[in-house]
Design a protein around this ligand. Structure first.
Ligand SMILES: N[C@@H](CCC(=O)N[C@@H](CS)C(=O)NCC(=O)O)C(=O)O
Length: 442
């Protein structure tokens, strides 16, 4: 019987079935799978209308929800993964449910905002940590007198439990945290080193530095600035504002000398640069208006040589790239090994582009999400910036910038110039790697 498990690499929910398969001696194939692409295909949705992974393809149809998949695999052979009696079977189910609802759920609420998938809320994080600690304390009490969750050998409860705590032990629980729950830690490490677990988990690296939420620099600066302004403002008892207050009163209130005056907006040094022959917005119109079939001929060649903008009601002409007034940069994400789930990578790039909305007037960018043969998604891009460097406002305010290596393009080098063109033209292959998605900042 051929079983296929669809997942992205490193999915702790997929580990559950894969470890169970080691116990029962069943082979499960894990085909290469592109999240955000393959899980949207009609043939996948037939197996799992929820469009999520892991999903198991069996000769009789699809099974989804990782615990259900693991139960199915565990039942393929009678290796005692459900305990030795009906009572033990109930206990196995009990611990599967407990570690899923009372540990996995709050652990996700703890880690997903840190990874940028959910909005961060300090109060919610505190609540999630408290819930994890409460469930860990109960588990620790149970494991004081028990080697395994149920009976005297590993069962499916241990398999699911270890996987549900995987992010905790590898990304969130530092040494101090682990020491507070010594019996859970002993149980987790013992199991993680058993051959059936190690064959799937590999060598587990315990968390050294717990992952923490780092606010984007911009928010932090705004908060700090706001707080500083509040401190500086003279304290004054104020009547609550009345919705229906006459306009004149409002005007007087605006004039109130006790109110701190808004600071004049600092001038953007890029606005002070000598006028350029190139109008960035005109390039953006050339880029957007050129039909696909003529893109290379009109838009890409036009970037250097200038071109009439297709379908322009004013018959606008783009003058071509001006190296005196602009510079072109490549960027390369420094940590491709983190990028194993393509839709998460796309969200990462999307978030970066959203956070730099304020630089739209001075920048154009093409961010390419590529795929390598290690199942990773490198992010490489090309940017045209006003001025001879990365806009200072971006350097000051956008923490994402530090996640990329930036190199200035030498347009006299035909190889670099061709790479710029390939990225702008969204070629199917960039740097010899499959180009799976592109995000444009314009
Ligand atoms: N409760 C489900 C969770 C499944 C799940 O949320 N999978 C995520 C990846 S970890 C997914 O496939 N998301 C894709 C999407 O939401 O489009 C299980 O245990 O299998």
């Amino acid at each position: 019987m051929t079983l296929k498990l669809y997942t992205y690499p490193g999915n702790k929910n997929a580990f559950k079935a894969l470890i169970a398969a080691q116990y029962v001696g069943t082979k499960i194939e894990v085909p290469s799978f592109s999240m955000g692409v393959d899980n949207k295909k009609p043939e996948f949705l037939k197996l799992n209308p929820n469009g999520k992974v892991p999903t198991l393809e069996t000769p009789t149809g699809g099974v989804w929800e990782s615990n259900a998949i693991a139960r199915y695999v565990a039942r393929l052979s009678d290796k005692g993964l459900f305990g030795a009696s009906a009572f033990e079977e109930a206990l196995v189910e009990q611990w599967i449910d407990f570690t899923t609802t009372e540990l996995d759920a709050p652990l996700l609420s703890w880690i997903l905002p840190i990874l940028g998938h959910w909005p961060y809320d300090k109060k919610k994080e505190e609540g999630a940590i408290a819930a994890v600690k409460k469930a860990m304390a109960l588990l620790d009490r149970h494991l004081t007198k028990n080697t395994y969750l149920v009976g005297h050998a590993a069962t499916l409860a241990d398999i699911v439990g270890v996987c549900n705590l995987y992010h905790g032990y590898t990304k969130l629980f530092d040494e101090g945290f682990r020491k507070s729950f010594p019996h859970v830690t002993r149980w987790w490490l013992t199991l993680a080193h058993q051959p059936a677990f190690a064959a799937v988990l590999g060598e587990v690296k315990l968390c050294q530095q717990p992952m923490k939420f780092t606010p984007p620099k911009k928010d932090a600066a705004e908060k700090a600035d706001g707080a500083a302004k509040k401190e500086a403002a003279p304290k004054k008892e104020k009547e609550p504002k009345k919705e229906s207050a006459p306009k004149k009163a409002a005007a007087v209130e605006e004039e109130d000398p006790a109110e701190p005056k808004p600071e004049p907006k600092a001038k953007n040094p890029l606005d002070e640069l000598p006028k350029s022959t190139m109008v960035l917005d005109a390039w953006k119109r050339l880029y957007s208006n050129t039909p696909g079939a003529k893109f290379r001929e009109i838009a890409v060649n036009g970037l250097w040589a200038g071109a009439d903008i297709p379908n322009s009601p004013t018959q606008e002409h783009f003058a071509g790239y001006d190296p005196e007034g602009f510079s072109i940069w490549f960027c390369d994400y420094k940590y491709p090994e983190e990028n194993t789930v393509n839709y998460i990578v796309m969200n990462k790039v999307g978030g970066f582009l959203q956070r730099i909305d304020y630089v739209r007037k001075y920048a154009f960018g093409v961010m390419c999400i590529l795929k390598d043969d290690k199942g990773q998604f490198p992010i490489r891009g090309v940017w045209i910036f006003r001025g001879q460097g990365i806009p200072p406002i971006m350097l000051d305010e956008c923490y994402d910038l530090e996640l990329y290596n930036w190199t200035r393009v030498d347009i006299a080098d035909p190889k670099q110039k061709a790479r710029v063109e390939d990225m702008i033209a969204e070629e199917a292959t960039i740097d010899g790697l499959e180009h799976i998605e592109c995000k444009i900042f314009k």
